[in-house]
Structure formats: C-alpha cells, structure tokens
Design a protein around this ligand. Structure first.
Ligand SMILES: Nc1ncnc2c1ncn2[C@@H]1O[C@H](COP(=O)(O)OP(=O)(O)OP(=O)(O)O)[C@@H](O)[C@H]1O
Length: 223
C-alpha cells in the first residue's frame, strides 16, 4: 500500500529520518512510537505525500510520490484518512457538518443517513447539532476519526489520536480503530502510550515501529 525505500527527510538542519525502508501492507496495523520530536508526525506526512522524501523513495498505492501532479496527490489523499494531532474544526458549523466537510469540499453527495450512521458508530449521534466548542476532548477525537473515514479511505493515519483523553476514552478510540482494521483498513497510529500498544497487541497482530536515532525499526516483543 505504502512503501518507503531508503527514504529520508531533512527540514534543513540535517536528516531527521534516514534510510527508512518499510512496507505498510494492505490490512496491516502498525503503531509508530519514539520520543517527542523523533519524527513521528514527519513520517506520517511522508506517508500521505504532504512531505516528499529528501532522499530515497516513497510509493503510495504503487505511485512514486516524487513527480506526482497536484491532481494525482489529491486522488491519493482521498484514499487516506488522516487524524491530525491538533484536531481543527470550523467553529461556526455543527458537528455533523464538520464531519461531512471532506465530502462537501470534494463535491461528493452527502447522504444524511450515512452520516448519522457514522456519528452513531463513534457514539456521537446525539451531538450532531452541537457546535465544536461544546465538545469534550474525547468527543473531538471521535469526531476527528469520523471525519477521517467519511470518504471511505483504504488507509487511516492517526497522529496521537488518544493524546488528550483518559484511559477509558483511549480504549474506546482503540476499539474503533481495531474495528476499522477488521473491516480491512490499513492503519498506522503514532502514539507515546505503551499501555495502549500492549492493549492492542492482546487483540490483534499489530506491529510496532520505533524511531530511534533517525532510523525506524520494527520493535521486538519487549514492550
Ligand atoms: N516545518 C518544520 N520545519 C523545521 N523543523 C520542523 C518542522 N516540522 C517539524 N520540525 C522538527 O522536526 C522534528 C520532528 O518533528 P515531528 O513533529 O515529526 O516529531 P514527533 O515525533 O511527531 O513529535 P511529538 O511526539 O512531540 O509530536 C522536531 O524537532 C520538529 O521541531
């Protein structure tokens, strides 16, 4: 689905990530971990062609990202749902409209029943008319997840999706991500939360990628 081959990224002050070679196979579930500032967000941005590798290659859905036209990048992006670390909503729009925004922006039809089903699935069906300012942290994170999957992506990249929520809500979010994976979605979750990783590994064959000294390696069973 997404492949890195000797890929590197350099913001200008030396390589932050070097010699990254890995494959995110269809239907796989990966956690990405590593210290703050190690490059987790940078890696995810490379995986959805927001950043192009400064060396090596990144291939998304069999297309080398370097040299892709803007239109081709948008086509690729429609197949990748991203849950950003800092969830942003349009404050004047109710929750349902915020979640449906990717559909609206891309001019796709928005079936209100599908939208309601999606909101129900993340447990926010009763809040469809609520304004973002009134939502709790966990509600915002679930809304962000709903928005990331509204276009029916094949891949979901989630950057600290449980960053600001309590353990119970983390488990709820994890459960949603595991369910998406069971539906066949390829998932990458960047997280600091080792308990979350342990919890997931008890339920599925998740792999753990660890960033250490600019390299990304598959972590062993010592978690
Ligand atoms: N646009 C940019 N220009 C220059 N440096 C940047 C830019 N974006 C990120 N960096 C730097 O790259 C490093 C890695 O950032 P990144 O956000 O990828 O790390 P992270 O592992 O996701 O961190 P955290 O866990 O704190 O979110 C940091 O030192 C950051 O300051």
């Amino acid at each position: 689905m997404i492949a890195f081959e000797n890929a590197a990224y350099n913001y200008g002050g030396g390589e932050l990530l070097s010699e990254v070679s890995l494959r995110l196979a269809p239907g796989s579930f990966h956690f990405l971990t590593g210290p703050s500032g190690a490059g987790k967000t940078t890696f995810l941005k490379m995986a959805y062609a927001e950043l192009l590798p400064t060396a090596g290659h990144v291939t998304i859905f069999d297309r080398e990202v370097k040299g892709l036209s803007r239109d081709n990048v948008s086509v690729i992006r429609q197949r990748i749902g991203v849950v950003h670390q800092d969830v942003q909503f349009l404050d004047h729009l109710p929750l349902a409209a915020n979640v449906a925004l990717p559909l609206t922006v891309s001019g796709r039809k928005n079936d209100p029943r599908d939208l309601q089903d999606l909101l129900d699935w993340v447990g926010l069906g009763h809040l469809s008319d609520a304004l973002p300012a009134s939502l709790s942290g966990g509600e915002r994170q679930r809304a962000a997840l709903a928005r990331s999957i509204i276009m029916g992506p094949d891949v979901i990249l989630a950057d600290e999706p449980t960053g600001n929520v309590d353990w119970e809500m983390s488990l709820r979010l994890l459960h949603l991500l595991l369910e998406l994976n069971r539906m066949g979605k390829t998932i990458v979750v960047a997280t600091h939360d080792m308990n979350l990783i342990r919890q997931a590994k008890g339920q599925i064959a998740a792999r753990v990628l660890r960033i250490s000294r600019r390299r990304i390696q598959l972590a062993g069973a010592d978690l």
